[in-house]
Design a binder for this molecule. Structure first.
Ligand SMILES: NC(=O)c1ccc[n+]([C@@H]2O[C@H](COP(=O)([O-])OP(=O)(O)OC[C@H]3O[C@@H](n4cnc5c(N)ncnc54)[C@H](OP(=O)(O)O)[C@@H]3O)[C@@H](O)[C@H]2O)c1
Length: 277
C-alpha cells in the first residue's frame, strides 16, 4: 500500500487508528490497549485522539502506549474550539501533553470551526511549533466553504489536513471538498469510515464482500485508500476485527468491485452540507 505524508513529514502507513470512546470503561481498557499495541506492531503509526474523548480519559489510556511506543507512533490530538483563544490554548495543549505523557504531538487539530480568529490560532500554533511541542497543525469538520476562507494557511503549509466524516455511506465530500484538498496537497483524514458500525448492517454491501471474499472493514478502507491523499482512521477495540481488516488490506481491489460499490453507494451529484458526527 502506498504510504502517505503530511506536508514534508515522514511517510506513514496510510491507515490510522481512532480511539473515540476508548478508556472510558475500566473493564474494556485491557482489550483496548491490546488492540492498540497490536495495531502498532502491525505497522499502524497514526493514533488519533482528542481532549474531548472521555474528557481526557482516552488520552490518559494512551499514556501507556506512548510510554512504550512513542517513537513508533504519529500522535494526533485535537482541542476544543472553546479552547482556541490564545489565553486558553497553551493550557489545553499542556494538559493533553501531560495526560499523554509526552513532550510533543505530531499533529494538533482544531476539532471543529471556532469563533476565535484563525490568525490568533495560527499565532499560538507557531509558538508551539517553535518550542517543539507540536510538529504539524490541521483542522477538522471544515466544509469546502470554510476551508476556502483559510486557503492562504493551506497554501503556506500551516494547515496540513482536514479531518472529516467520510465513508461509503457518506460520500458528499467527493463533490467539492475532496478534489479541492487533493489539488492543495492537504490530507483528508476520513473519520467514522464504518459509520460507527452501521456499514456492517448493509445487506447488499455484505453480499458483495462475501462474493469477493473480502473482510467488510477492509473493503471500506480499500475504497477510501483508492482516493488520493485520503487517510482513514477507523476505530476498533476488537483484536479479531483488527487482524481480519489488516490481513485483507493486502488484497487487491479490482474495477468490478469498485463499480458495484458505486452502484450501492453512488458518487454525489450535487453539493451537500458537510456531515458531522
Ligand atoms: N474529528 C471528529 O469530529 C471525529 C468524529 C468522529 C470520529 N473521529 C475519529 O475517527 C475515529 C473513527 O470513527 P468512529 O469511532 O466514530 O467510528 P468507526 O471507525 O466508523 O466505527 C467504529 C465502530 O465500528 C466497529 N467495528 C470496527 N471494525 C469492525 C468490524 N470489522 N466488524 C464489526 N464492527 C466493527 C467498532 O466496534 P469494535 O471496537 O467492537 O470493533 C466500533 O463500534 C474515532 O475513533 C475518532 O478517533 C473524529
Amino acid at each position: 500500500m502506498n504510504k502517505i505524508q503530511f506536508n514534508d513529514s515522514e511517510l506513514l502507513y496510510p491507515v490510522g487508528l481512532g480511539t473515540w470512546q476508548m478508556g472510558e470503561i475500566t473493564s474494556n481498557k485491557k482489550n483496548e490497549l491490546n488492540t492498540i499495541f497490536q495495531a502498532i506492531d502491525s505497522g499502524i503509526q497514526l493514533i488519533d485522539t482528542a481532549e474531548m474523548y472521555g474528557e481526557g480519559k482516552t488520552e490518559l489510556l494512551l499514556k501507556e502506549v506512548v510510554k512504550q511506543k512513542r517513537n513508533k507512533i504519529f500522535l494526533v490530538s485535537k482541542f476544543y474550539p472553546m479552547n482556541a483563544a490564545k489565553k486558553k490554548l497553551k493550557n489545553a495543549l499542556e494538559n493533553s501533553l501531560s495526560r499523554l505523557g509526552t513532550d510533543w504531538l505530531d499533529l494538533y487539530l482544531l476539532h471543529w470551526p471556532s469563533n476565535t480568529p484563525f490568525d490568533e490560532i495560527i499565532e499560538s500554533i507557531n509558538v508551539f511549533k517553535k518550542s517543539g511541542k507540536i510538529r504539524y497543525f490541521g483542522v477538522s469538520n471544515y466544509s469546502y466553504d470554510e476551508l476556502k476562507k483559510i486557503e492562504n494557511f493551506i497554501d503556506n503549509g500551516s494547515v496540513v489536513t482536514n479531518q472529516v466524516y467520510y465513508s461509503l455511506n457518506n460520500r458528499g465530500i467527493e463533490f467539492d471538498l475532496l478534489p479541492y484538498c487533493q489539488v492543495k496537497n492537504c490530507v483528508t483524514m476520513a473519520y467514522s469510515p464504518f459509520d460507527q458500525g452501521d456499514i456492517f448492517k448493509n445487506k447488499n454491501f455484505l453480499k458483495l464482500c462475501e462474493k469477493h471474499d473480502f473482510d467488510p472493514a477492509a473493503l471500506v478502507i480499500k475504497f477510501l485508500l483508492n482516493k488520493d491523499l485520503v487517510l482513514p482512521i477507523p476505530k476498533t477495540s476488537n483484536l479479531r476485527n483488527l487482524k481480519k481488516m489488516l490481513t485483507d488490506l493486502e488484497k487487491n481491489l479490482n474495477d468490478d468491485i469498485l463499480e458495484i460499490l458505486s452502484e450501492i453507494f453512488p458518487h454525489p451529484r450535487k453539493k451537500s452540507p458537510l456531515s458531522i458526527i
